[in-house]
Design a protein around this ligand. Structure first.
Ligand code: SF4
Ligand code: SF4
Length: 490
Protein backbone atom coordinates (compact mmCIF):
# COMPACT_ATOMS: atom_id res chain seq x y z
CA UNK A 1 0.00 0.00 0.00
CA UNK A 2 2.85 2.38 0.78
CA UNK A 3 4.30 1.68 -2.69
CA UNK A 4 0.92 2.38 -4.33
CA UNK A 5 0.64 5.72 -2.51
CA UNK A 6 4.22 6.66 -3.34
CA UNK A 7 3.81 6.20 -7.11
CA UNK A 8 0.21 7.52 -7.07
CA UNK A 9 -1.14 4.50 -8.95
CA UNK A 10 -4.42 2.60 -8.78
CA UNK A 11 -4.61 -0.84 -7.22
CA UNK A 12 -7.10 -3.64 -7.81
CA UNK A 13 -6.98 -6.01 -4.85
CA UNK A 14 -8.78 -9.34 -5.27
CA UNK A 15 -9.10 -11.27 -2.01
CA UNK A 16 -11.50 -13.08 0.31
CA UNK A 17 -9.95 -11.30 3.32
CA UNK A 18 -12.56 -8.69 4.23
CA UNK A 19 -10.37 -7.35 7.02
CA UNK A 20 -7.55 -6.58 4.58
CA UNK A 21 -10.02 -4.73 2.33
CA UNK A 22 -11.44 -2.80 5.31
CA UNK A 23 -7.97 -1.58 6.19
CA UNK A 24 -6.63 -0.80 2.72
CA UNK A 25 -9.31 -0.16 0.05
CA UNK A 26 -11.42 2.89 -0.83
CA UNK A 27 -14.02 1.10 -2.96
CA UNK A 28 -15.37 -2.42 -2.62
CA UNK A 29 -17.27 -4.79 -4.95
CA UNK A 30 -18.83 -7.93 -3.49
CA UNK A 31 -19.20 -10.76 -6.03
CA UNK A 32 -21.26 -13.92 -5.75
CA UNK A 33 -22.09 -16.54 -8.38
CA UNK A 34 -20.56 -14.38 -11.12
CA UNK A 35 -22.69 -11.32 -10.21
CA UNK A 36 -21.79 -8.11 -8.40
CA UNK A 37 -24.13 -8.10 -5.39
CA UNK A 38 -23.04 -4.83 -3.80
CA UNK A 39 -20.59 -2.05 -4.55
CA UNK A 40 -19.56 1.30 -3.14
CA UNK A 41 -17.21 2.98 -0.72
CA UNK A 42 -15.66 0.41 1.63
CA UNK A 43 -17.00 2.21 4.71
CA UNK A 44 -20.60 2.28 3.44
CA UNK A 45 -20.60 -1.33 2.23
CA UNK A 46 -19.03 -2.83 5.35
CA UNK A 47 -20.64 -0.65 8.02
CA UNK A 48 -24.13 -0.51 6.52
CA UNK A 49 -24.43 -3.35 4.00
CA UNK A 50 -27.69 -3.44 2.03
CA UNK A 51 -27.34 -6.86 0.43
CA UNK A 52 -27.96 -10.04 2.48
CA UNK A 53 -24.88 -11.70 0.95
CA UNK A 54 -22.62 -8.88 2.17
CA UNK A 55 -24.27 -9.16 5.61
CA UNK A 56 -23.61 -12.92 5.67
CA UNK A 57 -19.99 -12.45 4.58
CA UNK A 58 -19.44 -9.86 7.28
CA UNK A 59 -20.84 -12.25 9.91
CA UNK A 60 -18.49 -14.96 8.65
CA UNK A 61 -15.33 -13.03 9.27
CA UNK A 62 -13.75 -14.14 12.57
CA UNK A 63 -12.25 -11.35 14.65
CA UNK A 64 -9.57 -11.45 17.25
CA UNK A 65 -10.77 -8.92 19.80
CA UNK A 66 -12.72 -10.10 22.78
CA UNK A 67 -16.27 -8.88 23.18
CA UNK A 68 -17.19 -9.48 19.54
CA UNK A 69 -19.67 -12.18 18.58
CA UNK A 70 -18.56 -15.53 17.20
CA UNK A 71 -18.39 -15.73 13.43
CA UNK A 72 -21.51 -17.17 11.80
CA UNK A 73 -21.28 -19.04 8.50
CA UNK A 74 -23.63 -18.78 5.53
CA UNK A 75 -25.25 -22.21 5.18
CA UNK A 76 -24.96 -24.15 1.91
CA UNK A 77 -22.53 -23.90 -1.00
CA UNK A 78 -22.03 -21.44 -3.88
CA UNK A 79 -24.07 -22.18 -7.05
CA UNK A 80 -22.74 -24.41 -9.80
CA UNK A 81 -21.96 -21.93 -12.59
CA UNK A 82 -22.41 -24.63 -15.25
CA UNK A 83 -26.14 -24.28 -14.60
CA UNK A 84 -26.59 -20.70 -13.35
CA UNK A 85 -29.75 -20.02 -11.32
CA UNK A 86 -32.61 -18.28 -13.10
CA UNK A 87 -33.41 -16.18 -10.01
CA UNK A 88 -31.12 -14.24 -7.67
CA UNK A 89 -27.69 -15.94 -7.57
CA UNK A 90 -27.91 -16.07 -3.75
CA UNK A 91 -31.47 -17.39 -3.55
CA UNK A 92 -30.60 -20.93 -2.32
CA UNK A 93 -28.68 -19.62 0.72
CA UNK A 94 -30.48 -16.38 1.52
CA UNK A 95 -32.71 -16.43 4.61
CA UNK A 96 -34.66 -13.43 3.24
CA UNK A 97 -35.52 -15.00 -0.13
CA UNK A 98 -39.13 -15.12 -1.30
CA UNK A 99 -40.94 -15.84 -4.56
CA UNK A 100 -39.75 -12.60 -6.17
CA UNK A 101 -36.16 -13.70 -5.66
CA UNK A 102 -36.75 -16.99 -7.48
CA UNK A 103 -38.15 -15.29 -10.58
CA UNK A 104 -35.19 -13.15 -11.71
CA UNK A 105 -31.80 -11.85 -10.65
CA UNK A 106 -32.30 -8.35 -9.16
CA UNK A 107 -31.14 -5.24 -11.03
CA UNK A 108 -28.22 -3.30 -9.69
CA UNK A 109 -29.67 -0.06 -8.21
CA UNK A 110 -28.04 3.12 -6.94
CA UNK A 111 -28.92 3.93 -3.35
CA UNK A 112 -29.93 7.58 -2.83
CA UNK A 113 -27.46 10.09 -1.36
CA UNK A 114 -24.50 7.77 -0.91
CA UNK A 115 -21.82 6.00 -2.89
CA UNK A 116 -23.40 2.52 -2.75
CA UNK A 117 -25.19 0.18 -5.18
CA UNK A 118 -26.94 -3.11 -4.44
CA UNK A 119 -28.57 -5.99 -6.32
CA UNK A 120 -31.42 -7.16 -4.10
CA UNK A 121 -35.18 -7.22 -4.65
CA UNK A 122 -35.65 -6.16 -1.04
CA UNK A 123 -33.15 -3.32 -0.80
CA UNK A 124 -35.97 -1.05 0.49
CA UNK A 125 -36.06 -3.22 3.65
CA UNK A 126 -32.27 -3.17 4.09
CA UNK A 127 -32.28 -1.68 7.62
CA UNK A 128 -34.64 -4.35 9.00
CA UNK A 129 -32.81 -7.14 7.11
CA UNK A 130 -29.51 -5.86 8.52
CA UNK A 131 -30.85 -6.10 12.08
CA UNK A 132 -32.15 -9.63 11.49
CA UNK A 133 -28.97 -10.70 9.71
CA UNK A 134 -26.95 -10.01 12.88
CA UNK A 135 -28.81 -12.82 14.68
CA UNK A 136 -27.12 -16.22 14.20
CA UNK A 137 -30.57 -17.89 14.31
CA UNK A 138 -31.46 -16.09 11.06
CA UNK A 139 -28.78 -18.20 9.36
CA UNK A 140 -29.89 -21.38 11.15
CA UNK A 141 -26.95 -21.34 13.57
CA UNK A 142 -27.24 -22.23 17.26
CA UNK A 143 -24.89 -20.25 19.44
CA UNK A 144 -24.85 -22.22 22.67
CA UNK A 145 -21.63 -24.16 23.12
CA UNK A 146 -20.80 -26.36 26.03
CA UNK A 147 -17.36 -26.10 27.53
CA UNK A 148 -16.69 -29.83 27.83
CA UNK A 149 -12.97 -30.18 27.53
CA UNK A 150 -12.00 -29.39 31.11
CA UNK A 151 -13.38 -32.63 32.52
CA UNK A 152 -11.78 -34.79 29.87
CA UNK A 153 -8.67 -37.02 30.03
CA UNK A 154 -5.42 -35.97 28.48
CA UNK A 155 -5.03 -37.80 25.15
CA UNK A 156 -1.68 -36.35 24.06
CA UNK A 157 1.22 -34.99 26.01
CA UNK A 158 4.57 -33.97 24.61
CA UNK A 159 7.55 -32.98 26.68
CA UNK A 160 10.77 -31.38 25.48
CA UNK A 161 9.95 -32.55 21.95
CA UNK A 162 12.70 -31.90 19.42
CA UNK A 163 12.99 -32.27 15.70
CA UNK A 164 16.42 -31.15 14.52
CA UNK A 165 17.65 -31.47 10.94
CA UNK A 166 21.40 -31.91 10.50
CA UNK A 167 22.84 -29.89 7.62
CA UNK A 168 25.65 -30.97 5.31
CA UNK A 169 29.19 -29.99 6.36
CA UNK A 170 32.57 -29.75 4.66
CA UNK A 171 35.01 -32.68 4.59
CA UNK A 172 37.38 -30.70 6.79
CA UNK A 173 34.69 -30.24 9.44
CA UNK A 174 33.84 -33.94 9.21
CA UNK A 175 37.53 -34.83 9.53
CA UNK A 176 37.86 -32.61 12.57
CA UNK A 177 34.83 -34.31 14.12
CA UNK A 178 32.84 -31.08 14.35
CA UNK A 179 29.12 -31.34 15.00
CA UNK A 180 27.15 -30.65 11.78
CA UNK A 181 25.06 -27.45 11.89
CA UNK A 182 21.42 -28.10 12.75
CA UNK A 183 18.07 -26.50 11.98
CA UNK A 184 16.13 -26.73 15.20
CA UNK A 185 12.66 -26.89 13.60
CA UNK A 186 11.09 -28.01 16.89
CA UNK A 187 13.19 -27.27 19.94
CA UNK A 188 12.03 -28.36 23.38
CA UNK A 189 8.25 -28.09 23.02
CA UNK A 190 5.95 -29.26 25.84
CA UNK A 191 2.14 -29.22 26.16
CA UNK A 192 -0.84 -31.52 26.57
CA UNK A 193 -4.20 -31.83 24.82
CA UNK A 194 -7.31 -33.39 26.36
CA UNK A 195 -10.16 -35.16 24.63
CA UNK A 196 -12.69 -32.56 23.38
CA UNK A 197 -10.04 -29.88 23.45
CA UNK A 198 -8.67 -27.86 20.55
CA UNK A 199 -5.13 -26.56 20.89
CA UNK A 200 -4.38 -23.78 18.40
CA UNK A 201 -0.76 -23.37 17.28
CA UNK A 202 0.17 -20.06 15.65
CA UNK A 203 3.29 -18.39 14.33
CA UNK A 204 4.91 -16.98 11.21
CA UNK A 205 5.95 -19.16 8.25
CA UNK A 206 9.04 -21.17 9.16
CA UNK A 207 8.39 -21.13 12.92
CA UNK A 208 8.19 -24.95 12.98
CA UNK A 209 4.45 -25.37 13.50
CA UNK A 210 3.94 -27.73 10.53
CA UNK A 211 6.99 -29.81 11.54
CA UNK A 212 5.52 -30.00 15.04
CA UNK A 213 2.25 -31.36 13.59
CA UNK A 214 4.05 -33.90 11.40
CA UNK A 215 6.25 -35.02 14.29
CA UNK A 216 3.26 -35.52 16.57
CA UNK A 217 1.51 -37.47 13.78
CA UNK A 218 4.73 -39.59 13.61
CA UNK A 219 5.27 -38.67 9.95
CA UNK A 220 8.63 -37.29 11.11
CA UNK A 221 10.95 -39.06 13.53
CA UNK A 222 11.45 -37.01 16.72
CA UNK A 223 15.12 -36.37 17.52
CA UNK A 224 14.50 -35.79 21.22
CA UNK A 225 11.86 -35.54 23.93
CA UNK A 226 8.79 -37.65 24.50
CA UNK A 227 5.37 -38.10 22.91
CA UNK A 228 2.79 -39.90 25.00
CA UNK A 229 -0.43 -40.66 23.09
CA UNK A 230 -3.40 -42.40 24.69
CA UNK A 231 -1.19 -43.90 27.40
CA UNK A 232 1.56 -45.22 25.11
CA UNK A 233 4.84 -43.67 24.04
CA UNK A 234 5.73 -42.95 20.41
CA UNK A 235 8.43 -45.66 20.62
CA UNK A 236 5.83 -48.26 21.59
CA UNK A 237 3.73 -47.37 18.54
CA UNK A 238 6.79 -47.35 16.30
CA UNK A 239 7.80 -50.86 17.44
CA UNK A 240 4.87 -52.54 15.71
CA UNK A 241 1.85 -50.45 16.68
CA UNK A 242 1.77 -47.92 13.84
CA UNK A 243 -1.43 -49.30 12.35
CA UNK A 244 -3.14 -48.81 15.71
CA UNK A 245 -1.67 -45.30 15.97
CA UNK A 246 -2.95 -44.36 12.48
CA UNK A 247 -6.42 -45.57 13.42
CA UNK A 248 -6.46 -43.29 16.44
CA UNK A 249 -4.60 -40.21 15.18
CA UNK A 250 -5.09 -38.62 11.77
CA UNK A 251 -3.70 -35.56 10.04
CA UNK A 252 -5.52 -33.15 7.68
CA UNK A 253 -3.23 -31.20 5.38
CA UNK A 254 -3.48 -27.67 4.04
CA UNK A 255 -4.08 -28.42 0.38
CA UNK A 256 -6.73 -31.05 -0.44
CA UNK A 257 -5.57 -30.93 -4.11
CA UNK A 258 -2.25 -32.37 -2.94
CA UNK A 259 -3.62 -34.77 -0.35
CA UNK A 260 -6.48 -36.25 -2.43
CA UNK A 261 -5.67 -38.53 -5.37
CA UNK A 262 -7.34 -36.80 -8.38
CA UNK A 263 -8.02 -40.18 -10.05
CA UNK A 264 -10.10 -41.48 -7.14
CA UNK A 265 -13.80 -40.78 -6.57
CA UNK A 266 -15.06 -39.60 -3.19
CA UNK A 267 -16.22 -43.17 -2.52
CA UNK A 268 -12.74 -44.58 -3.14
CA UNK A 269 -11.00 -41.81 -1.22
CA UNK A 270 -13.13 -42.18 1.90
CA UNK A 271 -13.42 -45.98 1.85
CA UNK A 272 -9.68 -46.57 1.29
CA UNK A 273 -8.70 -46.23 5.00
CA UNK A 274 -11.43 -48.80 5.89
CA UNK A 275 -9.88 -51.23 3.42
CA UNK A 276 -6.35 -50.62 4.73
CA UNK A 277 -7.54 -51.24 8.28
CA UNK A 278 -9.44 -54.42 7.36
CA UNK A 279 -12.89 -53.13 8.28
CA UNK A 280 -15.77 -55.36 7.26
CA UNK A 281 -16.54 -54.89 3.51
CA UNK A 282 -20.28 -55.24 4.18
CA UNK A 283 -20.34 -52.18 6.48
CA UNK A 284 -18.10 -49.97 4.36
CA UNK A 285 -20.75 -48.20 2.31
CA UNK A 286 -22.85 -47.40 5.38
CA UNK A 287 -19.79 -46.07 7.24
CA UNK A 288 -18.70 -43.91 4.28
CA UNK A 289 -22.21 -42.46 3.88
CA UNK A 290 -22.46 -41.74 7.60
CA UNK A 291 -19.03 -40.04 7.60
CA UNK A 292 -19.93 -37.84 4.63
CA UNK A 293 -23.04 -36.76 6.51
CA UNK A 294 -20.94 -36.01 9.61
CA UNK A 295 -18.85 -33.54 7.61
CA UNK A 296 -21.88 -31.93 5.96
CA UNK A 297 -21.58 -33.53 2.51
CA UNK A 298 -25.29 -34.25 2.20
CA UNK A 299 -26.87 -36.13 0.65
CA UNK A 300 -23.88 -38.50 0.38
CA UNK A 301 -25.23 -40.04 -2.85
CA UNK A 302 -24.62 -36.69 -4.59
CA UNK A 303 -20.87 -36.86 -3.85
CA UNK A 304 -19.89 -40.56 -3.90
CA UNK A 305 -19.12 -40.70 -7.64
CA UNK A 306 -17.53 -37.28 -7.93
CA UNK A 307 -13.82 -36.61 -8.43
CA UNK A 308 -11.95 -33.93 -6.42
CA UNK A 309 -11.86 -31.52 -9.40
CA UNK A 310 -15.68 -31.57 -9.55
CA UNK A 311 -15.97 -30.29 -5.97
CA UNK A 312 -15.65 -26.79 -4.51
CA UNK A 313 -12.64 -25.98 -2.27
CA UNK A 314 -14.76 -26.36 0.88
CA UNK A 315 -16.20 -29.68 -0.31
CA UNK A 316 -12.72 -31.02 -1.13
CA UNK A 317 -11.48 -30.11 2.34
CA UNK A 318 -14.54 -31.85 3.83
CA UNK A 319 -13.66 -34.98 1.85
CA UNK A 320 -10.13 -34.78 3.31
CA UNK A 321 -11.65 -34.51 6.80
CA UNK A 322 -14.07 -37.37 6.06
CA UNK A 323 -11.07 -39.51 5.05
CA UNK A 324 -9.47 -38.66 8.39
CA UNK A 325 -12.68 -39.31 10.35
CA UNK A 326 -13.87 -42.50 8.72
CA UNK A 327 -11.84 -44.65 11.15
CA UNK A 328 -13.33 -42.81 14.16
CA UNK A 329 -10.02 -41.39 15.40
CA UNK A 330 -9.55 -39.94 18.88
CA UNK A 331 -7.23 -37.22 17.66
CA UNK A 332 -6.79 -34.91 14.67
CA UNK A 333 -3.85 -32.76 13.63
CA UNK A 334 -5.14 -30.08 11.23
CA UNK A 335 -2.38 -28.19 9.43
CA UNK A 336 -3.75 -24.93 7.93
CA UNK A 337 -6.89 -26.74 6.72
CA UNK A 338 -8.79 -23.50 5.97
CA UNK A 339 -6.09 -21.43 4.34
CA UNK A 340 -7.46 -21.97 0.82
CA UNK A 341 -11.12 -21.39 1.69
CA UNK A 342 -13.12 -18.19 1.50
CA UNK A 343 -14.41 -16.70 4.74
CA UNK A 344 -17.82 -18.34 4.79
CA UNK A 345 -16.44 -21.82 4.00
CA UNK A 346 -13.69 -21.25 6.55
CA UNK A 347 -16.24 -20.58 9.29
CA UNK A 348 -18.14 -23.71 8.22
CA UNK A 349 -14.96 -25.74 8.66
CA UNK A 350 -14.16 -24.16 12.03
CA UNK A 351 -17.68 -24.93 13.24
CA UNK A 352 -17.32 -28.51 12.02
CA UNK A 353 -14.06 -28.98 13.96
CA UNK A 354 -15.61 -27.41 17.04
CA UNK A 355 -18.56 -29.77 16.90
CA UNK A 356 -16.23 -32.78 16.41
CA UNK A 357 -14.43 -31.78 19.58
CA UNK A 358 -17.59 -30.97 21.58
CA UNK A 359 -19.83 -33.78 20.44
CA UNK A 360 -17.44 -36.60 19.55
CA UNK A 361 -14.74 -36.00 22.18
CA UNK A 362 -12.00 -35.70 19.59
CA UNK A 363 -8.82 -33.88 20.66
CA UNK A 364 -7.54 -31.54 17.95
CA UNK A 365 -4.38 -29.59 17.21
CA UNK A 366 -5.25 -26.75 14.82
CA UNK A 367 -2.17 -25.22 13.18
CA UNK A 368 -2.58 -21.88 11.42
CA UNK A 369 -1.13 -18.43 10.94
CA UNK A 370 -4.69 -17.03 11.10
CA UNK A 371 -5.02 -15.87 14.70
CA UNK A 372 -8.63 -14.75 14.27
CA UNK A 373 -9.68 -18.30 13.30
CA UNK A 374 -7.60 -19.77 16.10
CA UNK A 375 -9.16 -17.40 18.61
CA UNK A 376 -12.58 -18.53 17.47
CA UNK A 377 -12.06 -22.28 17.48
CA UNK A 378 -9.40 -23.16 20.06
CA UNK A 379 -9.53 -23.67 23.83
CA UNK A 380 -5.78 -23.29 24.34
CA UNK A 381 -3.48 -21.21 22.19
CA UNK A 382 0.27 -21.75 21.71
CA UNK A 383 2.46 -19.20 19.94
CA UNK A 384 5.61 -20.57 18.27
CA UNK A 385 8.74 -18.70 17.29
CA UNK A 386 11.80 -20.42 15.78
CA UNK A 387 10.85 -23.89 16.94
CA UNK A 388 9.88 -22.93 20.49
CA UNK A 389 6.61 -22.16 22.21
CA UNK A 390 7.02 -18.61 23.50
CA UNK A 391 3.53 -18.32 24.97
CA UNK A 392 0.74 -20.76 25.80
CA UNK A 393 -2.49 -20.50 27.72
CA UNK A 394 -6.25 -20.42 27.62
CA UNK A 395 -7.14 -18.74 24.33
CA UNK A 396 -9.12 -15.87 25.87
CA UNK A 397 -6.28 -15.04 28.23
CA UNK A 398 -3.63 -15.06 25.51
CA UNK A 399 -5.78 -12.93 23.19
CA UNK A 400 -6.89 -10.43 25.83
CA UNK A 401 -3.63 -10.08 27.69
CA UNK A 402 -0.68 -11.34 25.65
CA UNK A 403 2.47 -11.57 27.73
CA UNK A 404 5.15 -12.10 25.10
CA UNK A 405 6.05 -9.13 22.83
CA UNK A 406 5.93 -11.47 19.81
CA UNK A 407 2.34 -12.53 20.60
CA UNK A 408 1.38 -8.90 21.09
CA UNK A 409 2.69 -8.04 17.63
CA UNK A 410 1.05 -11.00 15.91
CA UNK A 411 -2.30 -10.09 17.47
CA UNK A 412 -1.90 -6.48 16.50
CA UNK A 413 -1.39 -7.44 12.84
CA UNK A 414 -4.75 -9.22 12.51
CA UNK A 415 -7.20 -7.30 10.32
CA UNK A 416 -10.57 -5.84 11.46
CA UNK A 417 -13.69 -6.10 9.30
CA UNK A 418 -15.01 -2.70 10.46
CA UNK A 419 -13.22 0.14 8.62
CA UNK A 420 -14.38 2.66 11.27
CA UNK A 421 -12.27 1.00 14.00
CA UNK A 422 -9.08 2.89 14.58
CA UNK A 423 -6.76 0.43 16.27
CA UNK A 424 -3.24 1.28 17.29
CA UNK A 425 -0.85 -1.15 15.58
CA UNK A 426 2.25 -2.57 17.24
CA UNK A 427 4.46 -3.49 14.30
CA UNK A 428 6.67 -6.55 13.97
CA UNK A 429 9.84 -5.40 12.26
CA UNK A 430 12.60 -7.43 10.66
CA UNK A 431 12.84 -11.09 9.72
CA UNK A 432 13.50 -14.12 11.93
CA UNK A 433 17.25 -14.86 12.18
CA UNK A 434 18.95 -17.65 10.22
CA UNK A 435 17.72 -20.85 11.93
CA UNK A 436 21.20 -22.41 11.64
CA UNK A 437 22.84 -19.54 13.52
CA UNK A 438 20.41 -18.61 16.26
CA UNK A 439 21.38 -15.72 18.52
CA UNK A 440 22.37 -16.50 22.08
CA UNK A 441 19.86 -15.72 24.80
CA UNK A 442 16.28 -14.95 23.78
CA UNK A 443 15.86 -15.79 20.08
CA UNK A 444 13.37 -12.92 19.67
CA UNK A 445 15.84 -10.34 20.98
CA UNK A 446 17.02 -9.09 17.51
CA UNK A 447 13.41 -8.03 16.72
CA UNK A 448 12.21 -7.13 20.20
CA UNK A 449 11.95 -3.43 21.10
CA UNK A 450 12.10 -4.34 24.81
CA UNK A 451 15.33 -6.35 24.55
CA UNK A 452 17.93 -5.63 27.24
CA UNK A 453 21.33 -7.08 28.10
CA UNK A 454 19.74 -9.79 30.23
CA UNK A 455 17.75 -10.99 27.18
CA UNK A 456 20.92 -11.48 25.14
CA UNK A 457 22.76 -13.21 27.99
CA UNK A 458 20.34 -16.02 28.80
CA UNK A 459 17.38 -17.84 27.34
CA UNK A 460 14.03 -17.17 29.09
CA UNK A 461 12.04 -20.30 29.94
CA UNK A 462 8.32 -20.74 29.56
CA UNK A 463 6.82 -19.95 32.95
CA UNK A 464 3.56 -18.77 34.45
CA UNK A 465 3.15 -15.03 34.40
CA UNK A 466 -0.30 -13.78 35.34
CA UNK A 467 -2.04 -17.16 35.84
CA UNK A 468 -1.15 -20.83 36.34
CA UNK A 469 -2.55 -21.77 32.94
CA UNK A 470 -0.89 -18.92 31.06
CA UNK A 471 2.87 -19.02 30.48
CA UNK A 472 5.31 -16.95 28.46
CA UNK A 473 9.05 -17.13 27.80
CA UNK A 474 10.02 -13.53 28.44
CA UNK A 475 12.02 -11.67 31.10
CA UNK A 476 9.94 -8.51 30.64
CA UNK A 477 6.33 -9.50 29.87
CA UNK A 478 3.93 -7.06 28.20
CA UNK A 479 1.75 -4.89 30.40
CA UNK A 480 -1.27 -4.61 28.15
CA UNK A 481 -3.38 -1.46 27.99
CA UNK A 482 -7.13 -1.89 27.31
CA UNK A 483 -7.83 -1.92 23.56
CA UNK A 484 -9.17 1.40 22.29
CA UNK A 485 -12.14 0.56 20.07
CA UNK A 486 -14.38 3.20 18.57
CA UNK A 487 -16.96 1.84 16.14
CA UNK A 488 -20.01 3.33 14.45
CA UNK A 489 -22.83 1.42 12.79
CA UNK A 490 -26.54 1.47 13.05
S1 SF4 B 1 -32.82 -10.74 -4.04
FE1 SF4 B 1 -33.74 -12.10 -2.56
S2 SF4 B 1 -32.39 -13.90 -2.52
FE2 SF4 B 1 -31.27 -12.25 -3.52
S3 SF4 B 1 -30.12 -11.30 -1.88
FE3 SF4 B 1 -32.03 -10.14 -2.04
S4 SF4 B 1 -33.44 -11.12 -0.56
FE4 SF4 B 1 -31.73 -12.53 -0.92
S1 SF4 C 1 13.10 -11.89 26.92
FE1 SF4 C 1 13.70 -9.82 26.32
S2 SF4 C 1 14.11 -9.97 24.11
FE2 SF4 C 1 12.98 -11.79 24.69
S3 SF4 C 1 10.87 -11.27 24.25
FE3 SF4 C 1 11.21 -10.79 26.42
S4 SF4 C 1 11.82 -8.64 26.44
FE4 SF4 C 1 11.99 -9.34 24.32
Amino acid sequence: MHGQERVDSSLLLITHEIGVIAETCDELSILYGGKVMEQGSTGNVLINPTNPYTMGLKNSFPEIESGTDDAVSIPGSPPNLNTPPTGCAFVDRCPFADETCEGSHPDFVDLPNRNQRSACHHVDRAAQIRRDARQPETWGVETTREDTHKEQDVILSVSDLEKHYSQSQSLIDQFRGNEPPKVRAVDGVSFSVSRSEILGVAGESGCGKSTLGETIALLEEPTGGEILFDGKSAEEYQKGGMKQFREKAQIVFQDPFDSLNPRMTVWKLVSEPLKIHDRSPTDREAVVRETLERVGLTPPSKFLDQYPHELSGGQRQRVAIARALVLDPDFLVCDEPASMLDVSLKVNLLNLLRSLADEENIGIIYISHDLASLAQVSDQLAIMYLGRIVEIGETDRVVEAPQHPYTERLLSATPEKDPSIDRERVTLDGEPPNPIELPSGCVFAPRCPKAQDECRASNPHLESTVADDHSAACFFPVEKEPVDRTSSSD
